[in-house]
Design a protein around this ligand. Structure first.
Ligand SMILES: Cc1cc2nc3c(=O)[nH]c(=O)nc-3n(C[C@H](O)[C@H](O)[C@H](O)COP(=O)(O)O)c2cc1C
Length: 212
């Protein structure tokens, strides 16, 4: 692993816990792998365009190789994001839980990189849609922070967690199936409680920096 793409999704800057924890991983990883390159993509504090009609028409144009210039322009930013993803080996996503899912900027980024013909293919088998992932050999690390407690595997609120399953499903759909999630929970509890959870998450991330 030598090329890391870090996608930061919190609308908060210095106050963001998910961003800080992901950066702790990145620093530890880079300290062990000084040759590793790092690209940061901001999707929380920069506007990632939502899918609109022009995007859908261009992305699903029946002859992609003959796409009119105007449609190519409609896909230019998406092409850039897909190229960026394909050009890295390790994807690190930092994200808060927002209303049981991911912030809208991260959802918009997913919508830009799940691209027919580029990151997945679609065929018909006896008239039934079949999907083939086109992204290979990549790993993902998701670093997340939540206000409540118990959204993780086996937790009381697991069924309300639509963030990790969404990310695992979308990444798996394009072929990134090696996904690790590290969470800090309880940011809305008293400071001491969250500090323990965040410290555990940070320890795990520093340990992962030795394994990745
Ligand atoms: C708009 C909004 C929605 C939120 N929704 C949830 C939620 O559904 N579940 C939860 O546990 N925490 C929720 N929180 C709390 C955040 O997940 C928590 O503050 C987290 O630490 C934010 O991550 P950050 O510090 O990286 O921005 C929400 C916060 C905001 C601002």
């Amino acid at each position: 692993m030598s090329k890391i793409l870090a996608v930061h999704a919190s609308p908060r800057g210095e106050r963001s816990h998910s961003r800080r924890l992901a950066e702790a991983f990145l620093s530890a990883f880079q300290a062990r792998n000084p040759q590793a390159s790092l690209t940061r993509r901001e999707v929380g504090r920069a506007l990632i365009p939502p899918v609109n009609e022009a995007f859908v028409a261009a992305a699903f144009y029946p002859q992609p190789e003959a796409r009119p210039l105007s449609m190519q322009a409609d896909l230019a930013f998406s092409d850039e994001l897909v190229g960026e993803l394909l050009g890295h080996d390790l994807l690190v996503i930092s994200t808060p839980m927002h209303n049981f899912s991911v912030p809208s900027g991260l959802k918009a980024w997913i919508d830009q990189i799940v691209r027919i013909g580029l990151t997945f293919n679609h065929t018909l088998d006896n008239g039934v849609a079949q999907y083939e992932p086109l992204v290979h050999g990549k790993k993902a690390l998701i670093v997340t922070s939540r206000g409540g407690f118990g959204f993780g595997p086996g937790g009381e609120l697991e069924a309300m967690n639509h963030a990790d399953p969404l990310l695992r499903t979308a990444l798996g759909f394009i072929g990134i199936t090696d996904v690790t999630v590290v969470a800090a929970e309880g940011e809305e509890s008293e400071a001491r409680t969250f500090a323990v959870s965040a410290a555990e998450a940070e320890q795990r991330l520093v340990a992962l920096a030795r394994e990745f």
